[in-house]
Design a protein around this ligand. Sequence first.
Ligand code: SGN
Ligand code: CA
Length: 513
Amino acid sequence: MKLFIRTLFTLHFSLFTFLSSFAQKRPNILVIFSDDHTQQSISAYGSKLMQTPNIDRIAREGAIMKNTFVTNSICAPSRAVLLTGKYSHINGLRDNSPRRRFDGSQQQLQKLLGNVGYQTAWIGKWHLQTLPQGFDYWTVLPDQGHYFQPDFIHMKNDTVRHQGYVTNLISDFSLGWLDKRDTSRPFFMVVGEKATHRNWMPAIEDLEAFDKVEFPMPANFYDMYENRRAAAENDMTVDKTMLIGDDLKIGVDYKKPGMFGRLSPDEKQAYKAYYDKAEAEYNKVKDDPKALVKWKYQRYMRDYLSTARALDRNIGRILKYLDSTGLAKNTIVIYSSDQGFYLGEHGWFDKRFMYEESLRTPFVMKAPGMIKPGTVVNDMVVNIDFAPTILEMAKVPIPSDIQGKSFLNLAKRKPNPSWRKGMYYHYYEYPEPHHVAPHFGIRTNQYKLIRFYGPFDSWELFDMKKDASEMNNLYGKKGFEQITLMLKKQLLELALEYKDDEAVKILGEREKR
Ligand code: SGN
Ligand code: CA
């Protein structure tokens, strides 16, 4: 009996050491996931607006996915896609309204990684209404969080206010956790950035960064939305929707609690001095609508890009930490954002529409030994693919109910002829806050077909090769009947494949009429 127990014990022990040594071989995974940080402002994606040397470094040392799209261009739903690898109608989080709450009891990436021995953490912006589940450690901003002196919730319902600028604090907490983690296990950490979400409050040191630059307005800034009924209904223009106070920071009451009231006395002084100068310019143009909108656009760009500077700088800080601790050689680093954003295209800020600027999102990753430096992937990847790609890199089997596909092989430069040729999109939140009608659609290499439903029931068709800025709706025009039929068929196939019953029903009803 004794011998039996001893043998059993030895067996168990060797199995344990075997498993933990196996676990040791798995790479660490660090995902930096920002908010509203768009490809048009990232130099690795060809932006001339500013330099993002640290994001570019990840791309240079690894892979850049040039055509990365989201399933639903909005904050919390996009995070839910990252965690589940499933569309909004499957993971349950379709929009940001407080009545929608993410069901954290469902299968999620961190739980699957935790099951094989990963130590898991989410630090920073979370925004999923319910508190994180399935992480060993988390520290999150309540709701949208604040840029200055933000509150954080630390593992319980304890809200603590911290001194400092949010992008710096998120890095401090992330590096702090890396310092104290259990080094016998691989880690999976998400650094959830608040930048560059509205109302784009730059760090003090970045306030004047773009003052000498005059930004060219996008060619379609003065879009009149001809032939695009749903787009015409928007309430997200730089001209009309952007707020002079909270967004453009003119005439702000620094005593009022909230975004500006949280600045320290020194920060208030610096902000006031800086935005008083902006106010003097504003006073010169405020009665001239044409000059005013140009001024608003310049101010918007300055604030957005200055806020992005701290983001890129902090990514650099995290990369340096990995270098100096030797972790870099066994750590996969991914940089991505929850969606893209309009920097004046169609006259807009914000996201939501299936048009290119907010449909796209950045995705770069370096994985030493796994992905060759300088890799450029042009195949279409979608944010449902992020979770399965991470699972494959961690050598974890991908559950069959995950809707995305791992693109690791594409990043390893192994072409896959059966890879998707069209991506599927579905947006829901309406009417507030920006009056973007619900819609779904398909984007192929050359075309985009969008079906708006609800109050602005309509179709849009674009030829992306000839009309990259999506100004010319070809739906119903002569000569496009065949391609429209084909795209409708593909759209229905995708809606069926992803089990989007609501879209299938709408498409079916249309057919009957
Ligand atoms: C949230 C949204 C923004 C939106 C404002 C509107 N972000 O911050 O897209 O501009 O609300 O606020 S999201 O993370 O929820 O998607 S409002 O007060 O001007 O209506
Ligand atoms: Ca966002």
